[in-house]
Design a protein around this ligand. Sequence first.
Ligand SMILES: *[C@@H]1O[C@H](CO)[C@@H](O)[C@H](O)[C@H]1NC(C)=O
Ligand SMILES: *[C@@H]1O[C@H](CO)[C@@H](O)[C@H](O)[C@H]1NC(C)=O
Ligand SMILES: *[C@@H]1O[C@H](CO)[C@@H](O)[C@H](O)[C@H]1NC(C)=O
Length: 445
Amino acid sequence: MAPFEVSILLCLLLLLPCVAISSTPNRGVRLELTHADDRGGYAGAERVRRAADRTHRRVNGLLGAVGKPSSTARLRIDGAGAGAAAMAAVHASTATYLVHIAIGTPPLPLTAVLDTGSDLIWTQCDAPCRRCFPQPSPLYAPAGSATYANVSCRTPMCQALQSPWSRCSAPDPGCPYYFSYGDGTSTDGVLATETFTLGSDTIVRGVAFGCGTENLGGTDNSSGLVGMGRGPLSLVSQLGITRFSYCFTPFNATAASPLFLGSSASLSSAAKSTPFVPNPSGALRKSSYYYLSLEGITVGDTLLPIDPAVFQLTPMGDGGLIIDSGTTFTALEERAFVVLARALAARVRLPLASGAHLGLSLCFGAAAPEAVDVPRLVFHFDGADMELRRESYVVEDRGAGVACLGMVSARGMSVLGSMQQQNMHVLYDLDKGVLSFEPAKCGEL
Ligand SMILES: *[C@@H]1O[C@H](CO)[C@@H](O)[C@H](O)[C@H]1NC(C)=O
Ligand SMILES: *[C@@H]1O[C@H](CO)[C@@H](O)[C@H](O)[C@H]1NC(C)=O
Ligand SMILES: *[C@@H]1O[C@H](CO)[C@@H](O)[C@H](O)[C@H]1NC(C)=O
């Protein structure tokens, strides 16, 4: 069966919104992702600083979502801590990769943040809009589309919102929702269904999405968000596809990154795989996250003395490590970060320098940062070693004469960021419950 035929079966089984795909693509769908900083032309040290700010806010948001409110910031921020916190008020977006799709009939182009850490698909909505942040393209208006439909509180898709996101009340026929990302971004509106166009010719009917009429945060030239998480309302779940993959072009490149949905997502037989780990708590937002089991880190030839429990989920569902599209620099639980930083410092043997201006905490001073020799670095996932090439973990600021570790320290959980996934084709196989990856030249896929 083609993947999209399977989808119809699946959604019937799961009582999910039955999404109908009119042009059945045999090879799945390919979309292009652009980096949020490309359109602003941010490069060099400025790009690093923006990425570090976003990383801190993003991890805070993920943590805030996993329990305590984000105001109890458990993320220990290095040098740029105060700056990042102050920035959050004025520039709350944590958008990293943007996906380009279209909504409605006739189709209106929609640029949305791709988010593997949440489920809901939403866009700013002129229904009318009570509070919308500026967006470069025209606002989507339900009245201007022939395929918009309201959703009632009794539908499975509305019920999939669950408390506290659902705001269903007896006299209200529609499905009001409120969703907060914990990083200053939130959306408030009604759940509805629409036709979405993916790529040039894949038309998907009846996709449940949030028509957001009160939105906060601003999302770097985007008009909303596409959730790719594990829950029932994410794009992947609604399409009923069992796999998707992406391949992020290098952090400092401006080339688009491909995203493959369905059967177009495939790797070679040399790819390595590691299982996704379920969150034992079953808590709402956590169940959207893609947890992996990181068992250790090797620097040079030495397996670092890190207690494996540092990366494990507790029985209460705290901690753990997730893979994320919206976090740029990998955030490691402080107890592990410190051990890694010491091991790198001992092997690089260059004077430590401040990376506060970049928002990074381990930097080495060097006249030629690009020539700084760094040791082999391997993340040992359950069943799969991920060797990080130099460009996947070293960030350079030639102007300031520093080479820095492109990772940050965090408290509460760890996150594998997009910089460490660059030039790696990463496949989420939802059927097998594994993440697979292999080195690739993402600009050439
Ligand atoms: C948004 O896009 C416009 C042009 O498309 C660009 O000039 C602007 O700098 C972008 N803003 C950001 C924050 O990327
Ligand atoms: C959807 O619901 C709103 C609010 O109840 C209503 O104003 C609108 O006409 C409905 N739209 C459609 C297409 O049914
Ligand atoms: C990107 O980074 C790599 C590795 O540090 C470097 O070789 C390359 O010149 C950089 N490219 C740009 C456009 O800055």
